[in-house]
Design a protein around this ligand. Sequence first.
Ligand SMILES: C[S@@+](CC[C@H](N)C(=O)[O-])C[C@H]1O[C@@H](n2cnc3c(N)ncnc32)[C@H](O)[C@@H]1O
Length: 256
Amino acid sequence: MSRPAARPVLKTLATSMLMAGLALGIWGFAPLEFPRTHLTLIGLGFSAALGGVAIGRFSNLGTAWLVLTFIATPALVLVPIYQPPIWVFPAIVLMLAGFYINGVREQVPLYLSNRRTQDAIAAIFEQTNGSTFIDLGCGLGDVVSAVAGKAPNKHVIGVETAPFSYLIAKARNIIMGHRNATIRFESIWNTDVSDADVVYAFLSPAPMARLSEKLKAEMKPGSCFISNSFAVPGGEPDEIVIVDDSRQTQLLIWRM
Ligand SMILES: C[S@@+](CC[C@H](N)C(=O)[O-])C[C@H]1O[C@@H](n2cnc3c(N)ncnc32)[C@H](O)[C@@H]1O
């Protein structure tokens, strides 16, 4: 089965450190005439961040990792020079935890389904003629937004427990005005999927066995489960849809 962008954590770290190192090198070794002002230093930090994002994009890093690169690179440039007060570090950790806490709790970090995958999922939902779609672990709400936009008469639900991801998904849903979509602060393990026609999840190998047991016990006959990339141990999918994107995303489909 295909995996999400290979080792995204290492790629993000390596890219951020490389670009920050380059910026610090320029700062340290530039000729004396180089204007060493706050503005040039901050400019260097964010130029390095943009370079990092470009490299990340080129190496297929997902949006969430690109955001992390954009934050981490200038931080690596500015922190050694400004040496901010100690509370800044727990504040940064808290901020990251707001998005990535489930990486620790559930071994499921935040990365996002790309646009082509969202379209493919919306098309599968449309083909089923079902009326309720649930994204288990909806991240920033990308899939919910895409499916709700394409199926305005259907009910689309996203559940999420990473606080900042939930808040962004919720705000986005309000801004987009999707009256048919609901974002809930709720664990996938407490989500009632018995009314769902299509359940979608893009998680990791870790929860798949437990999730499969839950879905088999709760989902109604005729409904289907779509897993982005990750198989259920010992259970061959009924269908695999390969998305025409750079990582040839596999949507594994099980019919109940
Ligand atoms: C890989 S992201 C997928 C996001 C979105 N579904 C998409 O495809 O773009 C997985 C998300 O599941 C969330 N998650 C993991 N375990 C969860 C749980 N037990 N309850 C709710 N959300 C969970 C994570 O916080 C993360 O945002």
